[in-house]
Structures are given as structure tokens and as C-alpha cells.
Design a protein. Structure first.
Length: 264
């Protein structure tokens, strides 16, 4: 075989290998349901890893740009990280672990409790997928998770009469040291919902929601703001803190759980 034939043979083999590799790749599945917010069943194969009893085995499934994420509130703070995949994969260098949110649960007897929740990417519905967990003792465990029966959630603002309410709110982002008062005061008026956000310090000069800046509504006590909100979805906000040497605009996420709404 001369040099030209050898070169052609090598090129053909390389092209064939690339073709076979591309055929073996799985296309990313798009959500089989439209963008929106749903209530969905969240089932696991473990007695220690499940949805908090206050939520009846359900989480809030958000579909955006064809990608699905479910927020589940757990019974305690004993699970500190999740990983969509196996426990072995979770321990590899570069593995991206899911961080907890701090959720406030209101039980039927009126008692409240702060527990951890997680926003979990959902690759598909009605089929098991791997989800590894690690607890406070530092050991990873393998579990299987299924998300199913998504039902559109009615816009809570439309379902609730005008009036003043309290609602559990969770804050994530920042350094983890800041917090907001929960439950928060919520006002519903003609389908528009606003919430009173009371921070854990008096060092916030303003907040932004989208492109709009909101100034404090008082000058005494901890920094307090009134901002527009929506229920059962992540709300990106920013807050300018003056507690550091130089003012810093810090990004946070707020989430209001409509299941905890109570008239004042």
C-alpha cells in the first residue's frame, strides 16, 4: 500500500470513528410539557430522603426554555448536598453539587420549622434517574428519583382574595450569612402581589428587582423594603450592602410558597 492509500485509509477510519461516536450520543431531552409552573409528584426509593410531610409528596416543577427543575422541601437539615447522578460521580473532581435552600414549613397545627430544600434538575418525567445525597456525617448514598404527574399550578394571586397575608419566604445566594424575616407580610390587590422584606441587618441601602430600584420604606430598625413578587417561583433580586469597606451589590434569590399563605 503506497503512502497516498495509507493516508486515505487513515482518514476514512477517523471519519468512521467520529460518525459512530456521534450516533452514540444522546440528544438532550426537551420537556414534554409547556413552559410554566406545575405541582408534581416526587418519589424516591429511600425512607430518609423524601418530601416534607407538609407537602404531600409533591414539589414545585418549573419548566423554562424546555428545561425542568423541581423544588422539593425536605423534612430536616440532615441532607446537606445533592448530586444528579451516582454517589461515585458526585465524588469526582469538578462535580457540581446542589446547594440547599432554607425553607420555612408551616404545619397544620400552626407550628413552623426551618428545613432544607433543593432545586433539582429533572432530565425526564415518569422515569427513574439517579440522585445521590450526602448528610451531615459526610457519606454519600445512591438513590433513585421519579418525577411524575405534573399539574399546572393556578396563579395564587388570582386564586386569593384581595387582602393582607403572611407567607413563608426563603432566601438563597450571597455569602449565606444574611437572612430575611419569614413569614413575610404579603398584600394582594387586584392580582398584584407585594411583599415586605425585612433583612437581618440595617445595612442595605436599596434593592433591585429586574431593572427597578426600591428604597427602604423606613429609617429605623433593620432594612425593610416593599417589592413586587410572584408565588412558587425563584425571584432574582439584588441588594446593596454598606456593611463592607466599600458598598457591594449582592445577588440573591427569593421564593414565596403559596401553600403557606395565611390571612392576617
Amino acid at each position: 500500500m503506497n503512502a497516498k492509500k495509507k493516508l486515505l485509509f487513515v482518514v476514512l477510519i477517523a471519519a468512521l470513528c467520529l460518525l459512530l461516536a456521534s450516533c452514540g450520543q444522546k440528544a438532550e431531552e426537551k420537556a414534554p410539557i409547556p413552559d410554566g409552573v406545575y405541582s408534581a409528584d416526587f418519589k424516591t426509593d429511600g425512607s430518609m430522603f423524601h418530601v416534607n410531610e407538609a407537602y404531600g409528596g409533591k414539589g414545585v416543577l418549573t419548566v423554562a426554555d424546555g428545561k425542568m427543575t423541581i423544588h422539593v422541601t425536605l423534612p430536616s437539615k440532615n441532607i446537606v448536598n445533592l448530586f444528579v447522578g451516582t454517589a461515585e460521580e458526585a465524588q469526582k473532581t469538578g462535580a457540581v453539587l446542589l446547594q440547599p435552600t432554607l425553607d420555612t414549613v408551616t404545619y397544620d397545627d400552626g407550628e413552623t420549622e426551618e428545613v432544607y430544600g433543593f432545586d433539582i434538575p429533572v432530565p425526564y418525567l415518569d422515569r427513574e434517574f439517579d440522585c445521590a445525597i450526602i448528610g451531615t456525617k459526610g457519606k454519600w448514598y445512591d438513590h433513585k428519583v421519579t418525577v411524575s404527574d405534573p399539574q399546572p399550578k393556578e396563579d395564587a394571586a388570582k386564586a386569593v382574595e384581595d387582602g393582607e397575608y403572611t407567607c413563608a419566604v426563603t432566601l438563597s445566594g450571597g455569602s449565606g450569612r444574611a437572612s430575611v424575616e419569614s413569614p413575610a407580610k404579603v398584600v394582594v390587590l387586584e392580582g398584584r402581589v407585594t411583599a415586605e422584606i425585612i433583612w437581618s441587618s440595617s445595612n442595605y441601602a436599596y434593592m433591585t428587582v429586574g431593572e427597578t430600584q426600591y428604597d427602604p420604606i423606613g429609617t429605623e430598625g433593620n432594612s425593610t423594603f416593599e417589592i413586587p413578587i410572584s408565588f412558587d417561583t425563584d425571584i432574582p433580586v439584588s441588594a446593596l450592602t454598606t456593611a463592607m469597606t466599600e458598598p457591594h451589590l449582592i445577588e440573591y434569590t427569593l421564593r414565596f410558597d403559596s401553600a403557606t399563605l395565611q390571612a392576617r
